[in-house]
Ligand binder design. Structure first.
Ligand SMILES: [Zn+2]
Length: 475
């Protein structure tokens, strides 16, 4: 199936996005897309000091030439993350109060407003946003548009994340990185010339965010196996059937070859469509993303700089490839089911364990809340472990067909220029080892580590990754 057919098929299953224009020089179609999606409305372009000269200004000009009333808001910051105050800043841009937006941007004593207080009744007086930027700007525009009961147009400037087309915006609220449910943009415009000229590390980050769908897919197979989150065929096939193809030319991605960049962006966009179809981030995210979320929540910096989503996810992805490599060495056909049941803690014990692990963490009750959602009693464990023992060869074969070895993934990351070791993002291997206990607990989603806790192989695989001869041997 060619790219055009794939995109048409993906648009058919996506719930929010109706237009996806990708190609060299396609930014000129923005006015027409705008007129079709938002007839008679006025526009506000949101960009930052990097994306404005890269593309925002050009989009502004073609919008003006097309006779569309258009304003601009350029975020005057070299580095900013998706913090709550910036959502409120973009809220003001939609309402046309640019001075209030600027005051929010510059404020140093901002206190996060309650999310429910930011919703407004729909109005044709509002500006419709045209976000010109990468992940953060898009997420801010996505949530702010939702607050005003309207959609927006996303003009991508880098193949750096999958968030363009996903429903939901990943924003830090009260110190915790959270996904706020909100619709994806009605239209996405991706000019390959612009994407190919984006900073190399942004493209490498996008490659890693797409590569994350390899372990995320394998962990979905586990959730499907135990029955907590069954595979959704549309959402699975639209991405996973082509994932190897999209990831298959790391050299081309590194060289900025238009076809390779187009493939990468298409893959990232399709994973967003998969999330729309599933109405969940299950198709695109599991443990590999949680390592990144911990780093976000603890405001991790390297050489004074926050590390990109994709770079953090790269190290998480490699970690999970190593974890699966170790899991594949196990023979669970002789699992002692009754021993697993006997060793299984009570809910109260699990909650206590979670509170202890998250003590001192910015969100101390996170593990407690999430483990409560995914806890299963002894009967559940008995049924799961019996199934695991009986069907392990089949489950293992399906996961092996899905996974890349640590070695293969690391080789691809090296070629595209993505991180290949925790030290590349300023972490030690020990830090990653220590993160495992939080990763297992911090989301309701059933993952490989949950399976390991229940079947008694958790310590074995985690220790092996960092032991002598392991992927990340700690000397
Ligand atoms: Zn991601």
């Amino acid at each position: 199936m060619g790219s055009k057919e794939r995109i048409a098929k993906a648009l058919a299953i996506s719930t929010d996005t109706k237009v996806f224009e990708m190609g060299q020089g396609v930014y000129t179609c923005v006015p027409e897309v705008f007129k079709n999606c938002f007839p008679g409305r006025k526009a506000a372009i949101v960009a930052d000091i990097n994306t404005w000269p890269a593309l925002g200004e050009k989009v502004y000009e073609v919008m003006q030439q097309a006779g569309i009333p258009v304003e601009k808001y350029i975020i005057d910051k070299q580095e900013f993350h998706a913090d709550w105050k910036y959502v409120e800043m973009v809220d003001r841009v939609i309402e046309g109060d640019f001075a209030a937006a600027k005051a929010l941007e510059d404020s140093t004593d901002y206190v996060d407003t309650l999310p429910e207080k930011l919703f407004r009744e729909a109005s044709t007086d509002f500006n419709v946003l045209v976000s010109v930027g990468s992940g953060v700007i898009n997420d801010l525009c996505k949530l702010a548009s939702h607050h005003h009961a309207q959609s927006y147009i996303c003009v991508a400037t880098a193949a750096s994340v999958d968030g363009y087309s996903s429903f939901g915006a990943s924003i830090t609220y009260e110190n915790a990185k959270q996904t706020f449910t909100c619709p994806a943009p009605v239209a996405i415009v991706a000019d390959i010339d612009v994407l190919a000229n984006a900073p190399k590390e942004m493209t490498a980050a996008g490659y890693a965010d797409l590569a994350a769908k390899v372990p995320a897919g394998a962990e979905w197979l586990i959730a499907d196996f135990v029955g907590t989150e069954p595979l959704i065929p549309d959402a699975w096939h639209i991405l996973q059937d082509y994932l190897d193809e999209f990831l298959g030319d790391p050299e081309g991605v590194a060289a900025g070859k238009p076809e390779a960049i187009a493939g990468l962006f298409e893959g990232l966009t399709l994973s967003g469509f998969a999330m729309q179809a599933a109405q969940s981030s299950r198709p695109a995210s599991c443990c590999e993303h949680l390592f990144s979320h911990i780093l976000d929540m603890t405001h991790h910096r390297y050489n004074g700089k926050l590390q990109s989503h994709g770079f953090q996810v790269a190290v998480g992805t490699l970690t999970m490839c190593a974890a699966f490599d170790e899991a594949f060495k196990l023979d669970l056909t002789d699992l002692d089911v009754e021993a697993c049941v006997a060793a299984w803690p009570t809910l109260e014990q699990e909650q206590e364990r979670a509170l202890a692990i998250f003590e001192g963490f910015p969100v101390p009750k996170l593990g407690y809340t999430e483990i409560t959602k995914k806890y299963g009693d002894a009967e559940v464990i008995r049924a799961e472990m019996t199934k695991l023992k009986n069907e392990w060869p089949d489950l293992k074969a399906r996961m092996q067909a899905q996974m890349y070895s640590f070695e293969k993934m690391q080789k691809n990351f090296r070629i595209v220029g993505a991180p290949c070791d925790p030290t590349d993002i300023g972490c030690t291997r020990q830090q990653f080892k220590d993160m495992f206990s939080k990763v297992q607990l911090m989301r309701f989603r059933y993952n490989l580590l949950d399976l390991g806790k229940r079947a008694g192989f958790y310590d074995k695989i985690v220790d092996a990754i960092f032991a002598k001869g392991g992927a990340w041997e700690i000397a």
